[in-house]
Design a protein around this ligand. Sequence first.
Ligand code: ADP
Ligand code: MG
Length: 693
Amino acid sequence: MRPQILFPLFTDIASLKGVGARYEKLIKKLCGDRVVNMLWHLPYNIIDRTYQPQIAFAIDGKIATIRAKVVEHDAPKTKKQPYKVVVEDNSGQMIINFFKVYADSIAKNLPVGEERVISGRVESFNGIKQMTHPDYIVRPEDAEKIIGIEPVYPLTAGLSNKMLNKLIRQALQRVADFPEWQEHNFVKEHHFLPFREALLKAHMPKTLDDISPNSPCRSRLAYDELLANQLTLAIVRQKVKKQSGRILKGDGSLRQKILAALPFTLTEAQQKALNEIYQDMEAPFRMLRLLQGDVGSGKTIVALLSMLNAVECGFQAAIMAPTEILAKQHMETIAPLCSAIGVRAELLTGKVKGKIRQQILEDLAAGKINILIGTHALFVNTVTFKDLAYIVVDEQHRFGVQQRLALTAKGHTPDILVMTATPIPRTLVLTAYGDMEYSKIDKVPEGRKPVDTRVLPLSKLNEMVSALQRKLAEGCRAYWVCPLVEESEKTDLAAAEERYASLQKIFGHKVGLIHGKMKENEKDAVMEKFKQGQISLLVATTVIEVGVNVPEATIMIIEHAERFGLAQLHQLRGRIKRGFQASNCFLMYGYPLSETSRQRLNIMRETEDGFIIAEKDLELRGGGEILGTRQSGFSEFKIADMQLHQNLLLTANKDAKMIMAADPDLKSPRGQALRILLYLFEQDDALKTYLAG
Ligand code: ADP
Ligand code: MG
């Protein structure tokens, strides 16, 4: 249950004074639905309104707050002219200009003969001081309404900084004095303020130093956020670890047969990962391990061998893919190997229907199926096993942390291996998985030809098309990936359709189009044609990013490659890395090309090592974007910054471990305070099952 002290923050922002329907929509878009979300919306700049010169001495270009008497109004003769108001103090006069503002409201705000305090940017024009659209006009007795140093927030069209300031201040008033959840010595050592004071200071900065991410107030907030994250992961991990697991130690008979049948031997990296997995499976605890390996590093065979270990023990195993296409692909690799050794593997996706489906479900429950290959959704909802001992979650960075945690909290206690094809830097592993054990397949099998990657401007598009004509005539197959236009699938799609139409004029029926808005079976049909070679050029939005396997495809053209993230480019290029033929990747960029984009494209040209690419990506862009937060579900921090706060993260990681060791149920006074922290940073979803009492 959410602690009561937090209730005022966990109400809809509509509960703030002055938030009508219009502002409600804007603020929800900008910050989030609840008052608490506004707390994390921090200023990025300040406007200093403490400069209070006399008119004659005001420096041009500076923001000034001036006390003056209204002398006269000068209404415009034409619509284009401004409405002018003359004001004066002892030193001289100043003209205030208004464009397109109702005369009535000006007359009301600036009545002739009265004094007003006016704040805005001062300029000179023909030697006369001017101010256009002041930010503030208040009566002298209300002068303190003008915030001396005004925080400047990220805004959205239709919402003024003034308004947002007012509302955020209201939100801040709802923050109670929470009990300190950080260790007292630690707080002292780092010169941290208490949470509430730190938050207020972050929102009411006095200097530019106060808005730097490394300021004591922001570091404190970042640390709170990181600790909430690390503590959540530590709690889940501890609960999982406490669950006893089965000892899975097969006799190796099935595995030996598979290994003998494979046309290759395992790489050292594969063998090492397998040994680590086997060790976990043998241990009497529940396993939860992450297997990282680049596209093409050979994770599938590792998954299969570990599943066979469970099957050798007489149990069932399952592998779950994020999409139907991928599930089918696993089926195609795994089924022939299994049937050769008398192991039954079946595919269960939304498309398996009627009698066949019924039969599969029955056989599963009866234990006649050894390995089930399916999609994540299906598995969770409808399937009963006879005795499921081991699950491989092929994640392809599609499942969120939340889902993963939900899975580990299920009634059974099968051992779990999470596989991801996204190389993740160490710090991100920590924030996404905590201390979850992980294995890396850090080398791809030898003998692969490197992809020849070229970076070229879009102005060479015509040459590209001619080269492609020659290649396709030789029998090659190619992907043509269309750019991300905006954060919107609709516009992505329009761009892809346009490119498809223009390529069709040249390549006719040899071109196909695949995109995310297509139905699963339509996508499958197009992919199938591409696999069979009826289509030799596949125009695509990024849907092909996720694991599609067409070994014959050796060419990848990416339009506006500068708009893609490094991880995405890497995944895309991985699509043509599977064959043993030479393959080519063309990264076509448009102008203007930012320095960061240029560096990114160069990295792509220089290396194919996913782990190096991931580290560089983190350097260039910071954590949230690496995995494409939109699809990934990886936690994005509100305050903490993965580059700047790495040390804090490591400290939070240690701190979380210590807390778990000393007070695993968060019962001590600090533990109680930490509960508030967890709820404050909305970790309760992930912890629903663990935070009882
Ligand atoms: P991913 O890690 O992307 O899932 P896969 O498991 O699909 O990679 O493997 C990619 C390709 O490499 C497959 O064709 C597979 O048969 C092959 N492969 C796997 N392990 C080895 C190995 N040790 N030596 C040579 N080829 C291998
Ligand atoms: Mg794979």
